[in-house]
Structure formats: C-alpha cells, structure tokens
Design a protein around this ligand. Sequence first.
Ligand SMILES: [Zn+2]
Length: 477
Amino acid sequence: MTGGTFIDIAAVRIGDYLSRTPDLKGRRGASAWLSHASHRAGLPDWLATVTAQLPTRPEVNPEAGEADGLIPLRIPTGPAGDPHSGGAAEEVARTVVDALRRRLPGVWLRANWAAADSYLAAYRVMHDPGTGAGLEAFPPLPDLPMLATCARCRVDPAVAAIDIHEEGNVPVCADCEARYTDRYRRPGLWHEHVPVGAETDLLEALSLTPRQVVQHFTELAALGAEDGNRNHLATVHIDGNGLGALFDHIARYGDRDLKARVSARVSAATRTALVEATRTVLDSSRTVPVIPHLVGGDDVLVSVVADRAWRFVTTYLEAFAARMRGIDGLTDHLPDGQRVTASAGLVFAHATFPFRRSAELAGAALRTAKQEHQGRDAAVGWLDVTRDGEQPPRHRATWTTRALAELGPALAALATVPASGRAVCERLIDPDRPALSAARLREQARRLDRGDVLDPFLTHGGPAAVADALSLVRWWR
Ligand SMILES: [Zn+2]
C-alpha cells in the first residue's frame, strides 16, 4: 500500500461526445482514440511517451478500476514526502490533457488530483467540488461562426473535406476528421471497421472474431427474430446504485486491503456482467447482438437488438449484483446492510432514430428508475419511442428486477395473446378510473378466452401495471 498524489483525468459528458456523429463508424472512431489512451494494456507506454519531458514521472494508478475515457495516475510519495506534489500534479495533468486534446479536439476533459494514503481516500477529496483541485479543458468556441458547420456532427465548424463511406468531399470538423480517418493509419488496425476497446475485450471474452460484429445500426436491428419487424434497437444505459456512498463508506471505515482493490473489483464486475449478458443473447449465427459504446467503472451504454434487450438487461443486473456480493469483505462494510445493485434505462426505437437522442432518453429512464426506488433496488425504466413518443406515459412505473422475475411467466403468457387482442386491452385502460378499467379488462380477457392472463398484473399494480405489461411484452422474449 503506497500513498501519493492521485490524478484522475476523465472525459466529461462522454456519452454525448461519443454520440455526436450519427453513425456507428464515427462513434467507433472516437472510442478508438479514447480507449487507445485509456485502455489499461497500452496505457503505461502511452503515458511514458507523453510525459517523457517532465521532471515528475507519473505511473498508472493500480488501485483504480478500468473505465473508458479515464486515465488514473499516481505520483508516488518520495521517502521524504513531497511538498510540491500539487504543482507537479498540475503539470502532469496539463500535459496529459493536452496530448488527448490533440487527438480529439472536441472532447471535454476534466482532471482532478489529491494527495492521500489510498485512492479511495483521494477520490473523496478530488471529486468533492468544495475541496478538490483540478482543471477543465473544454473545446474552444469557434472564432469564425460564419464557417460551414461539420456535415457529420453539426457541432463544430468544418476544417477539412474527406471521403466517408461512398460520399466524397464531406466537410468535417477537426474532431470528425480524427474519428473518420486518423484511426485507420494507426498500426495494427488491419480492417477499417475493426472494433476497439471495450468491444474488443467483449469479443475476446466470448472467443469471437472482429468479423462477428455488425457495421451499421440497421444491421444490428436486422438480427431480430424472423417474426418481428427487424428494424428496432434498444439503447441501454446501466449504472451501479449508490456506488459513491459505498466508496465513501469504505474510504472511512474499510480496511486497507479492501480500499486498494474495491474500485478495480467493481470495474471487473461491470465487465463480467457485460460478458455474461451478451453470452445469454448470442444465437447460433454468432453475430454479436450487442454493441458496447461505453464501459465505465460501474456503468455501460450499449445498443442491443430490440427483441433481446430485456433478456440482456435482466441477465446483466443479476450478474452484476452476484459479482458484487462475491467481493470479499464488502458485505461487512455496507451501510445498513444494503445490497449493491445496478439499475437500467432502456429505450426502444427504430434503427434510424438518432442514436444521440436514444442515449439521452435512456439516461433519463435510468434516472427515473433510480429515483423511484431510491437506488436501493435493481430497477428498470423503459420507453418505447415508436409507441410512446419521447415522453413516458403518465402512469408508467419503473419495475424492479424482482417484479420482472416474479411476473416473468405472466409476461410470457401475455406475449402469446395476439397483438390485436392486446391492442384492445390497451384501449380499455383509463388510469384515472382504475376500478372501471379493471372490470373492463377482466371482461375482455374472458372474451379472449384467456381468463386469468391479466390477473397477476391487476394484483401487482392495477390497470396501470397492465398498461406497463402490455408495453413491456412488445419486446419481451
Ligand atoms: Zn464534426
């Protein structure tokens, strides 16, 4: 156990940043650069090159878990202590931030640092706005607003013209130019659509090859079941519940060993859950039905073919909670014996619906799920853009994984009711008149000759729960 000055350099609003180009190729291009810098295997070499001229040489912080867009560093404390570590930390932070910004000019970066005897203790200080020292590097505002806007992201002014797919001479900003062209000049990238970072890790864990990934969102949607429409995707954002409070608690009361390894174990739990959930939804075609866009310490943002998204999410949440229970010593340190879980937001939409908007809506559904259950239970919020529009229906609840598991057989039974019969049920529901709606629904189920198919939901939460279930079974397989 060694202390020192810990420096976290992280991409801010990384989901927004990655999704500013509309297609998968631009997103993968940005991820390539970010993960090239933050991927643990290549980080020490990259860091050594970037900081070669500095008097203080930082090392990769071994106590931090792996996360896309995060570069965790440490300047070890010398034998006599180092009174100037703050100045040295700032110099290191600035140097690394500048190196990243040269690659991806549009990325927002933040660096924070603090001296402490463990990363967790430093983490508390550096991420507290009142006490942490840090610097922020935001993309400069364009000086010449009359310039043409980048044709890909519409965010920054165009500075170059390049060929993208079959289009020639596309005006692009500096950031998009890096996304679409520079990465292909990197050695070792033999194929222009090669997956990178978290996606490569996922392929390796599943013993699959880069040829088993899709190249476009429409191809991903086309992996849907034959009897479906094969043009819908789910955008899924999953995040751990109460991890900040947990780290805080361990930093105060945990033993040294747990402090040193908990961040890395959480990050490992996230990656294992992603692999397990993806394995569950692989079919005989072996084409990966999941594209990880972002894998952070305890959060993931992925696209999944719509009709496998529920299975993916429920498997993930179960696997994550199980892995967290498996961390030695952790249960002893949880405040009030609370289980560590994760929650999810799912957004179902046509494959051509803007990815950026889907990612925002998935983030909103995730926040609702966490709020409704105070982050104490694994819960799922969802939105079906094709049916609901961009606002969730007024009476839509978020469901815990426990409720989804208990009502799983009832959902499977409801899914066998023909779509026309389910549509009739939907129209009979007036959430403001629950008793009348329940009576109408029971009568309709009797008419469909499916007597008790709605009863489990009526018992669970009245007609509003039936409405939820009818939305849910659209993609429940
Ligand atoms: Zn651009």
